[in-house]
Write a protein that binds this ligand. Sequence first.
Ligand SMILES: [Zn+2]
Ligand SMILES: [Zn+2]
Ligand SMILES: [Zn+2]
Length: 146
Amino acid sequence: MEDWIGHARKELAAAGHRAGGARGEVLELLGRQSCCLSAQEIHDRLRAGGRSVGLASVYRALDVLAQLKLVHRIDVDGTACFEPADPSGEHHHHAICDRCGKMDAFEDPELERLIDDVAERLGYAVGGHDIVLRGSCPDCARGPAR
Ligand SMILES: [Zn+2]
Ligand SMILES: [Zn+2]
Ligand SMILES: [Zn+2]
């Protein structure tokens, strides 16, 4: 999502934040992700790439990005995970396995239409929604192989 990085830089600048240092590193890394990462995973990947960015700086960078709605925050097993929020509103949702932690992403236009209908019925101007399916993935639901 090259354009996400450009978009995020513009939004940061407009809000008076500089996109340098740790924030810039987090931005570049997230821009190459299609799905979500925890602060710890972002930190580990930056370190693995030879960047000396502290975990606290990663958290601070994510806070700013979340405040500006530049990232989606998804709760995976009690851990906050983040993925780039496409400025077009294009997005996907997740199914998470409670047993092994596997995560799948899915998109569903029909689901999006239904949510719009509900919002209209409620009279809410809805800016976003969170949907996470939790349970057992196909492998875990099948149980241990015999
Ligand atoms: Zn995702
Ligand atoms: Zn599983
Ligand atoms: Zn949706």
